[in-house]
Ligand binder design. Structure first.
Ligand SMILES: C[S@@+](CC[C@H](N)C(=O)[O-])C[C@H]1O[C@@H](n2cnc3c(N)ncnc32)[C@H](O)[C@@H]1O
Length: 394
């Protein structure tokens, strides 16, 4: 393929509009090499975006998990392969870390070549065994819709963002689709036990367990928003990935599905509806355990639905804060210990250490007894410790 390489003034234009500039973007084909693994990524990059990448481009070495964590084999209920735990994997355990073999802008504004040609050209720049591996990946698109190469990209590619400065004027420009040979083998579940995370600076995707995965169990991720009702999830998966989901959440009897749909809708609406911590502390009309009960319910629903992908850490933090604000030493210690463990699972050793100190000496917790003090305080401006912020993750 002859990629268009022209001057690219559009990137500086305040009136830039992707659709309107179709055909006037400038691209280059570029292979990124990784000295730590000897691997490479074949990429199509907008020249303006390439100029924003760190120069010289350097991806720090990866730290993959030790030993074998997964195996690929035929997955029951699917026409293809799935990824299975090769040993017991703890919650938060690293399953794999890998770099993409192909990367291209999410929206390619190039009239001179169709996407199938672009992907074929990128593939030709990779070693033959990598290409052969690519061609074994699933393709859920019929041949009358697109070529096999494009179908494989559309079935397996993941949206990632390039390591460009935060204030890049057009946030869609750094958004790319990337193809990963191993993560592509993860099948979908509406109660996934794993989640991927893209780390732009190291140009790598890591896959981690969301809860303990016993050896031999399938490792699954969510392709779509799992808080939608079952009927919507199934329609979306059929439409985009051409399969009928029969995961444990979808296979429930109808009565249980209604309950599950309601639980998922409640979780989806939770953060917009829940009262902020300080507002609860200051309002005598609210029940003493109102905040703790709301977060404990969300935590229970997450566990029951297998939706740890929504994040349990924020709920554990809030429950510990609630008990701290109520001066309940025993419950504070129980929930702060769970919040600490969640941080360890997220590799946040610093946060875990801070919590450990508060567990040892609850009175040093920044909002200890806060509800009582704020209710007693005559002025609404009574103490407002800034350190309370560090308990919240957002
Ligand atoms: C990203 S690939 C996953 C790996 C794929 N099974 C393989 O053999 O390479 C996506 C495709 O896998 C299949 N798939 C994924 N999750 C599934 C599920 N829960 N039930 C049935 N098929 C599924 C569908 O054919 C889908 O289009």
């Amino acid at each position: 393929m002859n990629a268009d390489i022209r001057a690219n003034p559009s990137l500086d234009s305040p009136y830039f509009d992707l659709a309107g500039h179709l055909g006037s973007r400038a691209y280059c084909i570029h292979n990124m090499m990784y000295p730590d693994s000897g691997e490479e990524t074949s990429g199509l990059l907008d020249i303006g975006v390439k100029d924003l990448l760190p120069s010289p481009f350097f991806a720090p070495p990866l730290s993959p998990p030790k030993g074998t964590t997964f195996e690929l084999r035929p997955a029951e209920g699917t026409s293809g392969v799935g990824m299975f735990a090769a040993r017991n994997i703890p919650a938060g355990g690293l399953i794999l870390v890998e770099r993409p073999i192909l990367i291209a802008p999410y929206i390619i504004a190039l009239e001179s070549a169709p996407e199938s040609e672009i992907f074929a050209a990128l593939l030709r720049r990779l070693p033959p065994d990598t290409v052969a591996h690519f061609m074994t990946l699933a393709n859920c698109k019929p041949p009358e819709e697109c070529t096999a190469i494009e179908g494989i990209m559309r079935t397996n590619a993941i949206a990632v963002s390039l390591p460009v400065p935060d204030d890049v004027p057009y946030p869609e420009l750094p958004t790319h689709r990337a193809l990963f040979l191993n993560t592509s083998r993860c099948n979908h579940s509406c109660s996934p036990n794993a989640k991927w995370h893209w780390d732009a600076p190291s140009f790598s995707l890591s896959l981690k367990a969301l809860r303990p995965i016993p050896a031999g169990h399938e490792i699954t991720v969510a392709y779509i928003d799992p808080t939608s009702p079952r009927a919507e999830r199934r329609a979306q998966l059929k439409d985009t990935y051409a399969f009928s989901c029969r995961c444990a959440a979808c296979a429930r009897p109808s009565a249980a599905v209604a309950q599950s749909d309601a639980a998922r809708a409640e979780l989806a609406a939770f953060w917009a509806a829940v009262l902020p911590f300080e507002a609860w502390c200051r309002d005598a009309r609210l029940p003493d355990y109102g905040l703790v009960d709301a977060h404990a319910r969300a935590y229970q629903l997450i566990e029951a639905e297998g939706l740890q992908t929504l994040g349990i850490g924020k709920h554990l933090d809030a429950i510990a804060m609630g008990y701290g604000a109520l001066r309940d030493v025993a419950q504070f210690r129980v929930w702060a210990a769970r919040a600490r463990d969640a941080r360890l699972e997220e590799d946040d050793a610093v946060g875990a250490r801070v919590l450990e100190e508060w567990i040892r000496e609850p009175e040093t917790f920044p909002v200890w007894g806060w509800r009582e003090s704020l209710l007693k305080a005559s002025s609404p401006k009574a103490s407002s410790p800034k350190s309370v912020k560090c308990m919240w993750r957002d």
